[in-house]
Design a protein around this ligand. Structure first.
Ligand SMILES: NC(=O)C1=CN([C@@H]2O[C@H](COP(=O)(O)OP(=O)(O)OC[C@H]3O[C@@H](n4cnc5c(N)ncnc54)[C@H](OP(=O)(O)O)[C@@H]3O)[C@@H](O)[C@H]2O)C=CC1
Ligand SMILES: O=C1O[C@H](COP(=O)(O)O)[C@@H](O)[C@H](O)[C@H]1O
Length: 592
């Protein structure tokens, strides 16, 4: 069996190999490794009812039995996703000859497309992870031509990977493969025009098409429906990437799933939550299940609370058109932070296959109690004037209604109602325009029974207990606070850290979450994507309290731009005997 090649940044294994064609990817002969190895024979997808097996014709390439049973149509029926026996839904034929990849970014003029999607596509191209024959189309209402579009995305492309190589030349090649199509999201004829242009570019090659919906949820359906009905490839696969927050509440999310299900099969829908593509979040299962020492401690018996913290040191900055309708709970907590809770608290999966992991996450989501209004603190940032600068308040954002009470900060207490976590508070908080930018998981352990060294620490539990901190960003790291003796003749104990700073330890650029997830969409790997039942369970946890907040017209507590956020968050922590770890200072130098 051919050893899998190692890519740049040390990417090895199935993902890298498949991207290089060493692992079968449904017959794309041109995906065979460009360097030796496989004899160029592609692989084909044998459909023998269920499960669908990918068998590589080429002895060198790895064959990968992909046990993929078709999920039911994305009709949003509660629990409609379990892999129950049902008539096999024929999938669009995948390419069995040389293929081409077309990526269509719908909402290409927007913040996410420019900030994340195009840079991630360029990084994949730069790393040689895209096939030779690819084209990228931006689609939006804004009036642009190809050149103006290339200029607009060129501003956000970076050569952060290794500027040493001829990045500028590669950027020119990449931009020459980028095109723009102006159109309305609701106009079928505009998508037919897009289809015509794509077909010309794709020529006689078998074409796989990815449609990325980088638009506010309220226009998802018309865009996805038109893309599916008037712009689908007739020869290869069609996959649709749908951005969070997948609706506005349970009912609208259900409607969204139903409507999408009229145009797409469930396994063509990739509900993306880019936090699942972040290194330290993907590392959670590795940390727990590949080390002996953590799993025995991972329960109410040893952990007194878990804190999941998201903070940004900037405001909405013109995104009010989207943000004001959703607020911070829908924008970040109901998806990113809740996904972290699910991964953190889940039971060990049967295998690392996508469905086994997602099965365990759903169990956690269904074990969580719906959030209570008395366990929510809301905040909204206000203007702050310093000597050097005036920082605008949320209501100063020209895209925000002047009387908006939309929260830009929220702290929430949640509880997993199962044997492993009964009674352990999971404290989540997220805010914009705070004093720091970062995201982290803080696991605070119980005190040592018997308190042998009580005299050395006094009564402050935070000073003496262990804390595991997983810093998702910036400066990705994991560290464990421990007590150790200070060298010397006396007996002085100090809180120190066992520290794993990723940038120091692994001297390579960490891939952006969107690079990993876009590559997984191309490879058909759904492990890091949200299943419809996960989505259903997530909305059922937050919909009641979101409706209550709106019913009460709950006024957010105001906090100055660049501050630590509303004081109410401290009282919520205190209610559960928790001090927010990101704000507390350990007196003997342990740092926060
Ligand atoms: N920005 C971010 O950091 C992240 C965003 N997301 C999600 O991605 C999606 C897009 O976010 P983002 O790019 O920030 O949003 P934007 O507000 O930038 O909107 C994207 C594009 O959609 C079009 N658009 C905006 N408002 C409307 C509207 N009311 N009706 C029709 N079209 C509209 C505009 O294109 P045009 O006018 O040219 O048609 C705009 O350029 C959202 O669902 C968001 O939750 C997810 C993760 C991160
Ligand atoms: O989904 C979203 O995430 C971003 C933060 O993403 P990050 O990778 O930069 O942490 C947030 O700013 C945005 O409001 C939200 O829609």
């Amino acid at each position: 069996m051919q050893a899998l090649p190692t890519g740049p940044r040390g990417w090895t294994g199935i993902r890298w190999a498949r991207a290089r064609g060493a692992v079968g990817h449904c017959g794309n002969a041109d995906w065979a490794p460009r360097h030796g190895g496989a004899n160029g024979q592609g692989c084909h997808s044998k459909r023998e009812g269920r499960p669908r097996i990918r068998v590589c014709a080429d002895a060198d390439a790895r064959s990968e039995a992909v046990n993929v049973g078709p999920e039911k149509r994305a009709n949003g029926t509660p629990g409609s996703v379990a892999f129950e026996p049902d008539p096999y839904i024929p999938h669009p034929e995948e390419c069995s000859a040389e293929s081409t990849l077309s990526v269509v970014v719908i909402g290409a003029s927007g913040d996410l497309a420019r900030k994340k999607i195009f840079p991630a596509l360029f990084a994949l191209f730069y790393e040689g992870m895209l096939i030779e024959n690819f084209q990228i189309f931006g689609y939006a209402r804004s009036n642009m031509d190809d050149e103006a579009f290339r200029d607009s995305i060129a501003e956000t492309l970076t050569c952060r990977i290794d500027a040493g190589e001829d990045c500028g030349k590669k950027m020119d090649i990449f931009l020459s493969r980028c095109f723009y199509q102006q159109g309305q999201y609701s106009e079928a004829k505009d998508f037919q025009r897009l289809d015509a242009r794509l077909s010309v570019m794709e020529g006689a090659l078998c074409s796989n098409r990815m449609f990325y919906l980088s638009i506010p949820p309220k226009v998802f359906i018309s865009a996805a429906g038109n893309a599916a009905d008037y712009c689908s490839s007739r020869t290869g696969w069609n996959r649709c990437v749908v951005e969070k927050p997948f609706g506005h509440d349970s009912a609208s999310s259900h409607e969204l799933s139903e409507a999408l299900g009229k145009h797409l099969l469930e396994d063509q829908i990739y509900r993306i939550d880019h936090y699942l593509g972040k290194e330290l979040i993907e590392n959670l299962t590795v940390l727990r299940f590949s080390n002996l020492i953590f799993e025995p401690l991972w329960s109410r018996q040893y952990i007194r609370n878990v804190q999941i913290i998201f903070s940004e040191d900037y405001g909405t900055e013109g995104r009010g058109g989207y943000f004001d309708e959703y607020g911070i709970i829908r924008d970040v907590i109901q998806n990113h932070l809740l996904q972290i809770v699910a991964l953190f608290a889940m039971e060990p999966p049967v295998t690392l296959a996508a469905e086994d992991i997602r099965n365990e996450k759903v169990k956690v989501l269904r074990s969580l109690k719906p959030v209570k209004i008395e366990d929510v603190v809301l905040g909204q940032y206000t203007k702050r004037v310093s000597k050097a600068h005036t920082y605008p308040g949320y209501l100063d954002d020209p895209t925000v209604p002047k009387n908006s009470i939309t929260p830009t900060f929220a702290a929430v207490a949640m509880f997993v109602d199962n044997a492993r976590w009964d009674g352990v508070p999971f404290l989540l908080k997220a805010g914009k325009a705070l004093s720091t930018r970062g995201a982290e998981i803080r696991v605070q352990f119980r005190h040592v029974p018997g308190h042998l060294y009580r005299a050395k620490f006094g009564a402050d539990p935070d000073a003496s207990t262990n804390e595991l901190v997983i810093r998702i960003q910036p400066d990705e790291a994991m560290y464990l606070k421990i007590n150790s003796k200070v060298p010397g003749l006396g007996l002085r104990i100090e809180n120190s850290r066992l520290d794993l700073p990723f940038h120091a330890k692994f001297d390579r650029e960490l891939p952006d979450a969107y690079e990993r997830l876009l590559l997984d969409v191309i490879n058909g790997d759904k492990r890091l994507f949200i299943r419809s039942d996960e989505l259903e369970a997530a909305w059922s946890l937050f919909t009641p309290v979101l409706h209550k907040i709106e019913e009460l017209h709950a006024q957010p507590e105001l906090y100055p731009y660049g501050s630590r956020g509303p004081v109410g968050a401290h009282y919520l922590g205190a209610k559960y005997n928790v001090r927010w770890g990101d704000l507390s200072y350990t007196p003997n130098g342990g740092g926060s």
